[in-house]
Ligand binder design. Structure first.
Ligand code: FES
Length: 346
């Protein structure tokens, strides 16, 4: 039996099919429901249950603590309903909700920046105006393949969209978006983009220090956040860490070093976890580099994006260093294989 969920911030009730989560139903109905991982790990869909009951599949303690659950909070991406219910997503002072758009774009720039990452520039040709907050992402569709999520790497005030797409190992360009983008996508090609999505975006009201930690192509949203902060000229300290395996995985290093040279408040630290041969760079895990450099993250905003293992480690490190949970904005890049594993485990 289909049930109805009233969402406090949305005019129309949403129909929820049996087995669907509140988040799935809301997104299918076009509601810009705040969310991130869709798998109970990030806490971005945290909501208050105002009436009714939900059943929740397993989730991470990082996403929702026991005391929050007891206080009536739920994760919309883990919650199914058996009867009508009412929920409200959590709002903070600096929460941003942008209209969701279906864009048609054209490829106007592409550069292979590492052995497995392509940097794309897209011009919006239809479906705008498009607004987003630095750190958010879109679902991109190439040549009719299944849509995949990629973060914008440009500042929100720039007209062209920029994406960094890592080719997943062993994938087929006829079936996989990342392989298609890396192997086949050409200048002039059309790309569909839906968004923006994601809650690990820049909190504009925060004026304190920023710790920005990227792993691999997780540099895209972190670059957008760092450049957006620099462009407003507030002068708050920004510590940008970029963790990759070896030299061949580093990209945009000159660009980021150039930004740091021009902005005294930006400190840029590339870190190699598996250097090939001797190197003068920082080595080890990027999270260990942050822990070695920082004595306290109390009062800092922490933005982190990249592989789930790194993002989870960075979240744990930030909490150990005194960051408040609500000041950590994490964007773990789950592959479809990761998502399947998470679903199987739940
Ligand atoms: S915990 Fe629900 S979207 Fe991440």
């Amino acid at each position: 039996m289909t049930t109805r969920v009233v969402i406090r911030q949305w005019a129309e009730p949403v129909a929820v099919e049996p087995g669907a989560t509140i988040l799935e139903a809301a997104l299918a109905a076009g509601v810009p429901y705040p969310h991130g991982c869709r798998s109970g790990n990030c806490g971005a869909c945290k909501s208050r249950l105002l009436s009714g009951e939900v059943e929740m599949t397993p989730y991470s303690e990082y996403a929702l603590t026991e005391s929050e659950r007891r206080a009536g909070l739920i994760l919309a991406c883990r919650s199914t309903v058996w009867d009508d219910a009412e929920v409200a997503w959590l709002e903070t002072e600096d929460m941003m909700v942008h209209p969701r758009r279906q864009l048609t774009c054209r490829v106007i720039g592409r550069a292979t920046v590492t052995h497995d990452i392509v940097r794309l520039r897209l011009a919006i040709t239809a479906g705008g105006p498009f607004t987003f907050s630095a750190g958010q992402y879109c679902a991109l569709t190439f040549d009719g393949l299944a849509a995949r999520d990629y973060s914008m790497a440009n500042r929100p005030d720039e007209d062209e969209l920029e994406f960094h797409i890592r080719r997943l190992d062993g994938t087929d360009p006829a079936r996989n978006a990342s392989a298609y983008a890396f192997d086949r996508l050409s200048l002039g090609d059309s790309v569909s983009a839906e968004g923006p999505f994601g809650t690990a975006y820049l909190r504009e009201l925060h004026a304190g220090p920023i710790i920005a930690v990227a792993g691999g192509s997780g540099l895209a949203p972190i670059k957008s956040i760092v450049e957006a902060v620099l462009s407003r000229g507030a002068g708050q300290p920004i510590h940008l860490y970029f963790g990759v395996r070896s030299e061949r995985d580093l990209y945009l290093e000159d660009h980021l070093a150039g930004l740091a040279a021009r902005h005294a408040n930006l400190h840029f630290v590339p870190v190699l976890s598996e250097p090939r041969g001797a190197t003068a760079r920082r080595t080890g895990l990027v999270t260990d580099a942050v822990a070695a450099d920082m004595t306290s993250l109390d009062g800092c905003k922490v933005y982190t994006a990249g592989p789930p293992v790194m993002v989870e480690a960075m979240t744990a490190t930030a909490i150990e260093l005194g960051a408040r949970r609500e000041d950590i904005h994490a964007d773990a890049f789950y592959t479809e294989a990761d998502k399947l594993k998470l679903r199987a485990a739940s």
